[in-house]
Write a protein that binds this ligand. Structure first.
Ligand code: SIN
Length: 309
């Protein structure tokens, strides 16, 4: 008999632990629905702010060794458009998580409130975009701001609040503790790693914005280390994000302490078929290891490694 790979996280029941990451194919309600119909356990929208934003000029994305480098500039139609996207995505019957960003505590609280009104099942605070000034990582790199932004979003909604952290920081554990102090229901780790690629013919950065964020297989060991470190220090549900391309990558994240994983760049390599491939592989692993549920795997590598360095 097939192993049950369903999970419960932040009070939501997911049929499997594979969640679409923010920004990848979450461009419209229809694309979110398509991903859900392809088998995702939940979907995260692209990041919405209170006002529409055009984003950066092209080029905004470039393929590099080990992944993709992007600097889109948080393009979005403004949070008023979220309701329509959520309504469409929800037709596929999986939880829809709204990603929101802002420039202040008040912006995040208001965006979370509007996401709740739009019918989202949870909100993910993007405090981690690595290159848009005044939003994202400028907030996510300041421990006290992470705490206060999280606390005010929590105060403004009944929805579960997830905080997506940046790896572009000395200690992600310190930031994660502040998110937990602010009342976060879960943490997503990580957003992209700040990076650059240079065109040697024109002798300037390829991306119009110059610096961007690296995603894909190259950042998997970084993301995994972040989950491992946070799990060792803080008792809060974790969602792994960064370079998950195969079912065994996902298993590594569970063993490090994640209860679910987000899939982003891998969709570019494998298309939407990746969601059924991941499920089949994970079921096979649970069967082979005689493990009843994913819960039994979560953090096992931390418990099995009693060395502290
Ligand atoms: C972007 O829109 O440039 C990327 C958003 C992010 O990394 O959070």
């Amino acid at each position: 008999m097939d192993r049950d790979i369903g999970i419960e996280i932040v009070g939501l029941r997911l049929r499997n632990p594979f969640i679409l990451a923010a920004g990848i194919l979450g461009i419209t309600g229809h694309s979110l629905r398509r991903v859900a119909e392809a088998g995702a356990g939940a979907v995260v929208t692209k990041s919405f702010g209170l006002e529409p934003r055009t984003g950066y000029p092209n080029p905004t994305i470039v393929e590099v060794q080990g992944g993709l480098l992007n600097a889109m500039g948080l393009p979005n139609p403004g949070i008023e458009a979220l309701r329509e996207e959520v309504e469409e995505a929800k037709k596929a019957g999986v939880p829809v998580i709204a990603s929101v960003y802002g420039c202040s505590e008040g912006d995040y609280a208001e965006a979370a409130r509007r996401a709740e009104k739009a019918g989202a099942d949870a909100v993910e605070l993007n405090v981690s975009c690595p290159h848009v000034k005044e939003v994202g990582a400028q907030i996510g790199q300041d421990p006290d701001l992470v705490r206060s932004v999280t606390a005010s979003a929590k105060k403004s909604v009944k929805l579960p609040v997830i905080v997506k952290l940046t790896p572009n920081i000395t200690s992600i554990v310190e930031i994660a503790k502040k998110a937990a102090d602010g009342g976060a229901d879960a943490i997503t780790a990580i957003n992209t790693v700040k990076a650059i690629s240079i065109d040697i013919d024109v002798q300037k950065p390829i991306l119009a914005a110059g610096i961007g964020g690296l995603s894909g297989p190259a950042i998997k060991p970084i993301a995994l280390r972040c989950i491992y470190e946070i799990h060792k220090e803080i008792d809060i549900p974790l969602i792994g994000c960064g370079g998950v391309t195969t079912w065994s990558d996902a298993v590594e994240f569970f063993l490090a302490g994640a209860s679910a994983v987000q899939i982003g760049t891998a969709i570019m390599y494998k298309d939407l078929g990746i969601f059924s491939e991941l499920q089949t592989g994970l079921r096979g692993y649970l069967e082979e290891k005689k493990v009843e549920s994913i819960k039994q795997l979560v953090g096992l590598a931390c418990r099995n490694n009693n060395k502290t360095v």
